[in-house]
Design a protein. Structure first.
Length: 320
């Protein structure tokens, strides 16, 4: 069969040039090389997000797709440091929730354990509260309700797996992105729980502990003093209800922009926490929020409500 010159020329014109073929091959090789990168080579460091006693947190860009992540580095100076870091990895792998910082990757580099996780561009809750304090402006109740609903949901997920976070505080709660203008999340485009503007993410499980039995006997003291529950101050065993006390302290802080328990010295603070007396929230705060704080700041753990119960109450309120 004969092929006309016009058809032949058209077919030849569709064949890529040698230069184009080289570009395609180089691009494919580059993609394969990026995909083959592992460990620290898989990430491009952008800036320092924070420093702590055990290590640093960096903003990094994943080379394969350009995704921005937070890379936490932990100096492995002792077996205890290694245990804490590996514990965080183990716990993060087991958690999958829209209000919990997502684990992405882990590796060891230069005697440092590195943990890649979601990058929360909005900073942490401490920064937000400091801005509110500086402006002498309290958060709207709808925002406080939304934040507490999100954190209750996250804690219910954690506690269902018999895990105690043990360090609930504003600096361990992150804002997924800059606040949305009218309610929807700037990240997902979906409404934020309770109609708030901020999408919260619970993070830093480095001192969390998976409970080994239903007896829930975990006795290590840790955490930030202002948020410590009375049973920890007394050196008594504690369980998931310790997180609920800390959530109560945070709820009070969100509403009043101050801690319910303070002291000039650590012993004085501890005694006030054990005593359980704090300045009541102002009457301008809704009865619902005042009752919520009261049910969380109960001296006896068994009298504190659970994260799951908080969600049920919230759901019932939204139905009315």
């Amino acid at each position: 069969m004969e092929i006309g010159n016009g058809v032949l020329m058209m077919a030849l014109s569709n064949i890529p040039s040698r230069t184009t073929i080289k570009k395609i091959m180089a691009s494919a090789q580059g993609a394969d090389a990026a995909a083959a990168l592992t460990g620290v080579d898989a990430y491009e460091r952008q800036e320092v997000l924070g420093r702590g006693t055990m290590g640093c947190v960096f903003l990094v860009r994943r080379r394969t797709d350009g995704l921005l992540l937070a890379l936490k580095t932990v100096v492995i100076a002792s077996s205890k440091d290694r245990e804490l870091a590996l514990n965080e990895i183990h716990i993060l792998r087991a958690l999958d929730h829209p209000h919990i910082v997502r684990f992405v990757d882990s590796f060891v580099a230069d005697e440092e354990l590195c943990i890649a996780m979601d990058y929360c561009a909005g900073g942490d809750l401490t920064e937000l509260l400091n801005r509110q304090r500086a402006a002498s402006k309290r958060l709207p109740e709808v925002e406080v309700r939304s934040m507490l609903a999100q954190l209750s949901s996250a804690l219910a997920h954690v506690h269902a797996r018999r895990i105690v976070h043990r360090d609930i505080k504003s600096s361990n709660i992150f804002l997924r992105a800059a606040p949305a203008a009218g309610g929807p999340s700037a990240v997902t485009g979906m409404p934020v729980s309770g109609g708030g503007r901020h999408h919260l993410m619970l993070g830093d499980f480095g001192v969390a502990k998976a409970l080994e039995s239903t007896k829930a006997m975990a006795c290590t003291q840790c955490g930030t003093p202002y948020y410590l529950p009375p049973e920890v101050c007394n050196g008594a065993p504690y369980d998931v209800k310790a997180d609920l006390w800390s959530l109560g302290v945070l709820a009070y802080e969100l509403i009043a922009l101050r801690y319910p328990f303070t002291g000039q010295t650590l012993p004085q603070l501890i005694m006030r926490i054990i005593g359980g007396k704090y300045t009541p929230l102002p009457s301008s705060v809704s009865g619902e929020l005042r009752l919520l704080v009261t049910t969380l700041l109960q001296q006896r753990p068994q009298f504190r409500t659970s994260a799951e119960a908080l969600l049920l109450v919230r759901a019932a309120d939204e139905c009315h």
